[in-house]
Design a protein around this ligand. Structure first.
Ligand code: FES
Length: 106
């Protein structure tokens, strides 16, 4: 399993919004919500928009280009749950937001 890596400080992330960070050479969208922190692949599988820039409502983020909706908890495409983007584990340690790859299938 991969190690947690710092992707920024808590204060760099606004509540209720996404922010794209670089983790392990790829872009990952971090979401800070009142329920906790979540992370999914930032690249929309439709045409590559940044999901971090999408509209967050509850546990769903709508892609800013064509409004495909993804669950920020497990990465599934809400209009077709057979499709999903990768998701990542997030934890806050002190002042640092830490991410690592999730070790799971489906
Ligand atoms: S690029 Fe995301 S829905 Fe089209």
């Amino acid at each position: 399993m991969s190690e947690f890596e710092s992707v920024g400080r808590v204060e760099d992330f606004e509540l209720g919004q996404g922010k794209a960070v670089v983790y392990d050479g790829r872009m990952v969208a971090i979401f800070r919500t009142t329920e906790g922190w979540y992370a999914i692949d930032d690249l929309c599988p439709h045409m590559g928009a940044s999901l971090a820039e999408g509209y967050l409502e509850g546990n769903s983020v709508s892609c800013p280009w064509h409004a495909w909706r993804f669950c920020i908890k497990d990465g599934h495409w809400e209009d077709n749950p057979a499709t999903k983007v990768d998701c990542f584990e997030v934890k806050v340690q002190g002042d640092e937001v830490m991410v690592r790859e999730k070790n799971e299938d489906g």
